[in-house]
Design a protein around this ligand. Structure first.
Ligand code: ZN
Length: 355
């Protein structure tokens, strides 16, 4: 027993290498290894993770904010002169499609150009993180584009052509409406019905009705309801308590996303943030969680991995872990859409690494 305690103490003494992590995010904003080429279409998401990571580390002064703000505005899909593309507006993920660089309208019609709900969400978040006031966002067009993505069952597509549709994109939609302070882009009642329908028999949320409970979906469900201000209306106290219990039971050292799965750093955010939103984060073992996350820290290049002795991936999971290390104020910062909006891991549809 004494030996175990000693081990734990030693484990606990791992330093948090802030400067390494700052450099990791800086590098991410400059150049990415070739293996990330497939993320090009969702580059805005990568930018968002790096920016929020720097923000959490209080290191935003290492970047040229104005240049970044202009670049993000160049990704806004603006209405054409005849406004025939309103239902396709929002933010695109990068300039891969070849639309000429421009931060001003009118937009250019292109058959394959449209916003993507997760890019609109990360674009707006990034602008806010950079201190922009969103005054150049065409809110009317953004909301028209958003509205066109909602399905009859209350869920959202990511793009106008259709895609997967589930609770992730409801979360993106709710975040967009919250940031734009205008809920006309979403049928809230239908969205709530979809979320309620995704509550599983074991009291976590699945991707949709009848699907397995999962930490990421549970976060998206609870955070969406919080953003809408409808948490206690949509779920009874009894249901909320059962959801709290399901989330608390996900802690091992760090957290896992589903019963009987290994812990993975990202769930320290997904489940940890949900517990924070449900006012019960204080009942977790903070030290064990923190120690697990620190054990996944890359001491050479910065960044955090899913597991100890594995390599840090793209920065999408990085900020998640930083947040958990910071450990407080998740709920308090909900309004700034800084901390609670990290749920992109599962939102860009490219993530299949989390189990
Ligand atoms: Zn993960």
């Amino acid at each position: 027993m004494a030996e175990e305690e000693n081990q734990f103490e030693e484990f606990d003494q791992i330093d948090f290498l802030r400067d390494r992590h700052v450099r990791f995010f800086q590098r991410t904003l400059q150049v990415l290894p070739e293996r990330y080429a497939s993320l090009e279409t969702t580059r805005l998401t990568i930018i968002f993770f790096a920016l929020s990571g720097l923000d959490v580390l209080d290191a935003l002064d290492v970047i040229e904010k104005n240049i970044m703000i202009e670049w993000i505005y160049s990704l806004q899909v603006l209405p054409t002169e005849d406004q025939s593309n309103l239902s396709r507006c929002g933010f695109r993920g990068s300039s891969h499609i070849g639309i000429p660089y421009s931060t001003k309208g009118p937009g250019v019609l292109h058959p394959y150009d449209s916003g993507h709900v997760a890019m609109t969400y990360t674009g707006l978040c990034s602008l806010l993180i950079l201190g922009d006031d969103l005054s150049r966002v065409n809110k009317q067009a953004c909301l028209a584009g958003l509205k066109a993505l909602q399905l009859e069952d209350g869920s959202f597509y990511a793009v106008p052509e259709g895609s997967e549709n589930d609770i992730r994109f409801i979360y993106c939609a709710a975040s967009i409406c919250y940031m734009l302070d205008d809920w006309s882009g979403i049928d809230i009642q239908k969205a709530i019905e979809y979320i309620r329908g995704s509550l599983s028999y074991d009291n976590g949320f699945g991707q949709g009705a009848g699907r397995e409970s999962h930490g990421g979906w549970t976060y998206c469900a609870i955070a969406s309801l919080c953003l809408m201000g409808r948490l206690e209306e949509a779920l009874s106290q009894r249901e909320l308590d059962r959801i709290r219990r399901w989330c608390i039971m996900r802690q091992q050292t760090g957290f896992h996303g589903r019963p009987n799965k290994p812990v993975d750093t990202c769930y320290s955010f997904w489940v940890g943030a949900t517990l924070e939103l449900l006012d019960v984060f204080q009942y977790t073992n903070f030290e064990k969680n923190r120690s697990f996350i620190l054990s996944t820290q890359d001491r050479l290049v910065g960044g955090f991995a899913k597991w100890p002795d594995s390599h840090p991936g793209s920065p999408r999971s990085q900020e998640t872990e930083l947040l958990t290390l910071q450990g407080d104020g998740l709920k308090a910062t909900l309004g700034q859409n800084r901390h609670c909006t990290q749920s992109l891991l599962n939102i860009t549809e490219q993530n299949s690494v989390c189990i």
